[in-house]
Write a new protein. Structure first.
Length: 254
């Protein structure tokens, strides 16, 4: 289990592997399938409450990136709040945890983390208020890789070769994507739903990020199902719910 200075860590384990979920931000910090290496990258420094954490699968809500109001923090506030644990179940073939972030008469977020033959994440949002509000949202997985230059992402428009610095939302919605790493001879199959974009991102060597070591950029690639930008966000009407999520599993290449 991973130690956290800020909150508790919920551990899921069964015959298919282990998963650690930090209740601070509901961040899935670790996924280790049985017999495989770690799936997610984590920065070396400890978490800070006011600092974006490079690692795991941060939850971006109620806005993604800088699509909030002027001067707002990056990627909303769900990643920097303590979540309530509603359920933890560890079974032989299925383990799950359910976490919740709620503000009375405003909103409720429910996040289900399931571990069986794959890792499945589902973020459900519900408007508890009387007014509609705009949502841009997404999951921000940091996939651990041998080096970004060794990685390609298979998409409906063909493979995208990763570079040392990447940033941009591709117009790919719900679907199946394959993240191939020639350096480690493995692929990660990513399935997404509820998204209208797929963001493929790496900070690269030229930008300094708090908490990320100078060589940290060499160790991950983010492939993120998202609803964005603000003009393509949607209004969550009073009483309305919406789900976005992803699943992933590891496959050996060659």
């Amino acid at each position: 289990m991973i130690a956290s200075l800020l909150a508790a860590v919920v551990s899921l384990t069964n015959e298919f592997g282990t998963v650690d979920v930090d209740t601070f931000g509901a961040n899935v910090l670790s996924y280790v399938p049985a017999g495989e290496r770690e799936v997610f990258f984590r920065q070396s420094e400890e978490r800070r409450t006011n600092q974006w954490y490079h690692g795991g699968v941060p939850v971006c809500w109620p806005w993604f990136g800088r699509n909030g109001d002027p001067g707002s923090v990056l990627h909303g506030f769900a990643w920097s709040r303590e979540w309530t644990v509603d359920a933890v179940e560890n079974g032989k073939g299925l383990s799950r945890a359910v976490l919740r972030l709620e503000r009375k008469d405003e909103f409720r977020l429910t996040y289900e983390v399931r571990l069986d033959r794959e890792l499945s994440l589902r973020l459900s949002m519900r408007n508890l208020g009387r007014e509609r509000f705009v949502v841009t949202t997404g999951l921000h997985p940091y996939f651990s890789v041998s080096h970004p230059r060794n990685v390609s992402v298979d998409t409906p428009q063909g493979p995208i070769r990763c570079r040392e610095a990447m940033d941009g939302g591709r117009p790919f919605g719900a679907g199946t994507y394959r993240i191939s790493d020639s350096g480690w001879s493995r692929s990660i199959e990513l399935k997404s739903f509820g998204n209208n974009k797929l963001v493929i991102w790496n900070i690269g060597p030229d930008e300094v990020q708090p908490g990320l070591s100078p060589t940290g950029w060499m160790k991950y690639i983010c492939v993120e199902p998202a609803v964005l930008p603000r003009c393509d966000g949607f209004y969550l009407q009073p009483g309305q719910s919406y789900d976005i999520g992803m699943s992933c599993r590891v496959a050996k290449d060659g």
